[in-house]
Design a protein around this ligand. Structure first.
Ligand code: ADE
Length: 262
């Protein structure tokens, strides 16, 4: 079964980029189903109101519960006894769990995901509680910064998820070697000419020695990750590093310590 994604937003036109490029092509090829819905269609008043002032005071506006309930019921009319039978409801929010490549992999295994784009200060919290009978509710953050609404976050999440679906990426090999696939950053890449503005590509890449190339790339991955994202090295499972990996990391750590002391 091809997965189905529903996005609800008060700015459906904001999601237009999802019609383009790889994701648009995948939609047209029937690899995934994506429906963008306007939250205002689920309002009943003349002004199509979606927000109101927060109880308890404070800055900004809060999204009203009823339009959200109407929209979510239209998408998922029934409750489900078995939580596994419920679709996922992703609520983008800076107060959510952080979205990573692992989250994208989780999402790529789901049959149906509904994305609820909040604006203003967020959605009335009771919607998330009420929705738990028919969805597996997941507040998800793109990172530790604040956007104006969930739309940009949903575009990032849909793209990161959809490209993992079978058939979406022409060459699935490229998914195996890219950044974060194995918990490390990707190695640097080079193309022709072999010397550009006096800068040669690393010699090993021209050697035709596949084992040497694989090892050099692994070294570069480790070097780059330990320098730019030491947190990722700490999070690696015990068996992810071989002896040479550990030797190199120890060496670089000693060098950095020395640099720090001079
Ligand atoms: N909405 C506002 N900020 C956000 C963030 N950092 N991640 C996801 N959704 C958001």
């Amino acid at each position: 079964m091809n997965p189905r994604y529903d996005v609800v937003s008060i700015f459906p036109e904001y999601l237009q980029p999802l019609e383009l490029s790889l994701i648009g092509k995948a939609r047209r090829a029937g690899l995934l189903e994506l429906t963008i819905r306007d939250l205002r269609e689920f309002t009943t008043d003349r002004h199509r109101t979606v927000d109101d002032t927060p109880y308890g005071g404070g800055a900004g506006m809060v999204m009203k519960a009823e339009p959200w309930a109407q929209a979510l019921e239209a998408i998922q009319p029934s409750e489900a006894e078995d939580p596994e039978a419920r679709p996922v409801l992703v609520v983008p929010s800076p107060a959510g769990e952080v979205f990573t490549q692992r989250t994208a992999e989780d999402f790529a295994r789901e049959e149906h995901i509904v994305f609820a784009c909040g604006r203003y200060e967020g959605i009335d919290e009771r919607v998330l509680e009420w929705a738990a009978d028919r969805f597996r509710v997941r507040p998800v953050s793109l990172g530790d910064y604040v956007l104006n609404g969930g739309e940009v976050a949903v575009m990032a999440m849909v793209e990161a998820t959809a490209r993992l679906l079978p058939g979406v990426i022409g060459n699935p090999e490229s998914l195996i070697e890219e950044s974060h696939a194995d918990g490390l950053l990707e190695y640097p890449v080079y193309t022709k000419p072999s010397v550009w503005r006096d800068r040669p590509v690393p010699e090993v890449l021209l050697s035709g020695n596949h084992a040497a190339i694989a090892r050099a790339r692994r070294d570069w991955q480790l070097e780059r990750t330990s320098r730019r994202r030491p947190d990722l090295i700490k999070d690696l499972p015990e068996d992810a590093l071989d002896r040479r990996d550990r030797t190199l990391l120890d060496e670089w750590a000693r060098e950095r310590e020395q640099d720090d002391t001079v």
